[in-house]
Design a protein around this ligand. Structure first.
Ligand code: GDP
Length: 323
């Protein structure tokens, strides 16, 4: 693994950032230690971006939208990082999100950095590496970070838990049921954006805006912001400036709530890592792993109730900590 040139990273050199993220994505124990040290250096310089989650079913126009939105932001003098959480990315080979070939014009911009989803891990693992990549990209001076994910499953919750603002892209016309969008995902949305509001679909898009405004009215939202519904065309492009205005309004309204949300997110992330780490540590300890497997088996055969089995596993740990 090559040394990371921290100064190059801090001055926003994309090659240095790419190398840093490669280090972060490695699961080699030495690299994990180096990555932790790197994160420690990055932390004081992180946190200054707006983190935006973007979700939507395949084909809704995520990459077209991100390209148009990214170019718009660069036009405002911003530096844009695009990261992805793709639970379906195959073990080997590329992932379907955050791919440079999907956003050719944006990827040619000096002020854009695009990174596909880390591959070959559980969803939780992929999401954790993306969380780390957000911090590193921020310390490299990227001031808007877009985290893309597919609107089909659990990954929205992960992306929601690492971003300040969550945007769901929708197709014009088709109802949410038809788009395979779960009500739960609409509940996460701060902004619903009906894409492809152009040509023949423009009228349908306006109808969809009304539909989603009504649908959102039935959801129980809390906090500083009432979710809004807008339409855009990513190919023309049109409506992106209005969308950005609403995002700015969101940030102003959330000037106190957003930092509090980040604090809660960081603490949740810590708790999860701790749980995962301790469980992993135990499972790699031969004596304990044997006990764990035995109890797991006994639960599976109905020989023992889960609480009893869990206690049997925890007892030796308690004793070890006491001694
Ligand atoms: P993704 O799978 O969500 O990333 O979707 P893509 O960005 O690859 O877009 C899927 C298809 O929708 C492509 O053929 C795009 O050209 C088209 N598309 C995306 N945005 C728009 C738009 O604003 N208007 C129209 N008419 N087509 C769009």
């Amino acid at each position: 693994m090559p040394e990371i040139d921290f100064q190059a990273l801090r001055t926003g050199q994309r090659r240095a950032l790419a190398k840093a993220i490669t280090l972060i994505e490695s699961s080699h124990p030495t690299h994990r230690k180096q990555a932790a040290a790197l994160l420690e250096r990055c932390l004081p310089h992180s946190g200054k971006s707006l983190r935006i989650g973007i979700s939507g079913v395949p084909g809704v126009g995520k990459s077209t939208f991100i390209e148009a939105f990214g170019l718009f932001l660069i036009g405002l003098g911003k530096r844009v990082g695009v990261l992805a959480v793709d639970p379906s990315s195959p073990l080997h080979g590329g992932s379907i999100l955050g791919d440079k070939t999907r956003m050719e014009r944006l990827s040619r911009e000096d002020h854009a950095f695009i990174r596909p989803s880390p591959a070959g891990r559980s969803l939780g693992g992929v999401a954790n590496r993306t969380r780390e990549a957000v911090l590193v990209a921020e310390s490299a001076g990227f001031d808007v970070i877009l985290v893309e994910t597919v609107g089909v499953g659990q990954s929205e919750y992960e992306v929601h838990s690492m971003t300040d603002l969550f945007l769901v892209l929708m197709q014009p016309g088709a109802g949410d049921e038809l788009q395979g969008i779960k009500k739960g995902i609409l509940e996460l949305a701060d902004l619903i954006v009906v894409n492809k509001a152009d040509g023949d679909a423009e009228r349908l898009a306006s109808q969809s805006v009304v539909h989603y405004k009504n649908a959102m009215g039935f959801l129980n939202h809390q906090g500083f912001w009432t979710p809004e519904v807008l339409s855009v065309s990513s190919i023309e492009p049109r409506g992106i400036d209005t969308l950005w205005e609403r995002m700015v309004a969101y940030c102003e309204a959330g000037s106190e709530a957003i930092p509090a949300r980040r604090t809660a997110q960081a603490s949740q992330w810590f708790e999860r890592l701790l749980n995962d780490g301790v469980t992993e540590l135990l499972k790699t300890n031969a004596a304990w792993a044997e006990l764990y497997q035995a109890q797991k088996q006994r639960v599976a055969t109905g020989e023992i109730a889960p609480p009893q089995a869990a206690l049997a596993c925890i007892e030796p740990l308690e004793n070890a900590l006491k001694s």
